[in-house]
Design a protein around this ligand. Structure first.
Ligand SMILES: [Zn+2]
Ligand SMILES: [Zn+2]
Length: 177
């Protein structure tokens, strides 16, 4: 079974963390949550863009948790972030390390009515998507697969929170659990 560590880089509501943990457990992962918040350096914030630099956060998380005995370590923060050449990213990953940024998963960012359940669905999808990347999966062309590339909130809403059969087979989840 793959071992996943969730790291909070800002304070995050306990119910959100619980939903993530339950979802990943249901998909067949072993999930731990680091109890303390791993605060990120303010120098990763770009004052002109009012966004964090996702690459710097990912780099920091990778070096800080390098020796931790997990298959995947996902840092989650209630912030907005960008990466080179992109106006924003919902998340960014390399092998073993991933990040997910929550601000653009909330309806109020788009001046729409708050919808907690919808927000939770989006969080599950993005965390699962980045987790897939950390374990070596690329983007998937199956329209409902969680590994489908999503560049807008509508695209996030259109996919499911689970891996398609093909991606599951690549991850070897069935055999590992
Ligand atoms: Zn992706
Ligand atoms: Zn897939």
């Amino acid at each position: 079974m793959y071992r996943v560590l969730i790291v909070k880089i800002t304070s995050i509501d306990r119910s959100v963390i619980n939903e993530i943990t339950n979802h990943l457990s249901q998909l067949g992962f072993h999930v731990d949550v680091l109890s303390q918040i791993e605060h990120i350096n303010i120098s990763y914030f770009d004052w002109q863009r009012s966004q964090y630099d996702a690459e710097k956060i990912l780099e920091y998380v990778s070096s800080k948790f390098d020796k931790f005995p997990y298959d995947a370590i996902i840092a989650i923060g209630e912030i907005d972030a960008y990466a080179r050449g992109l106006n924003f990213v919902f998340g960014l990953s390399t092998k073993k390390f991933g990040t997910v940024f929550l601000v653009r998963l909330k309806n109020d960012f788009y001046k729409k009515k708050c919808n907690f359940e919808l927000f939770i669905e989006r969080v599950k999808k993005e965390v699962t998507h980045e987790l897939g990347h950390t374990l070596g999966l690329g983007h998937c062309s199956n329209p409902t697969c969680v590994m489908r590339f999503s560049n807008s909130i509508a695209e996030v809403d259109n996919k499911s929170a689970s891996f398609c059969e093909e991606c599951r087979a690549k991850l070897n989840i069935n055999n590992k659990s």
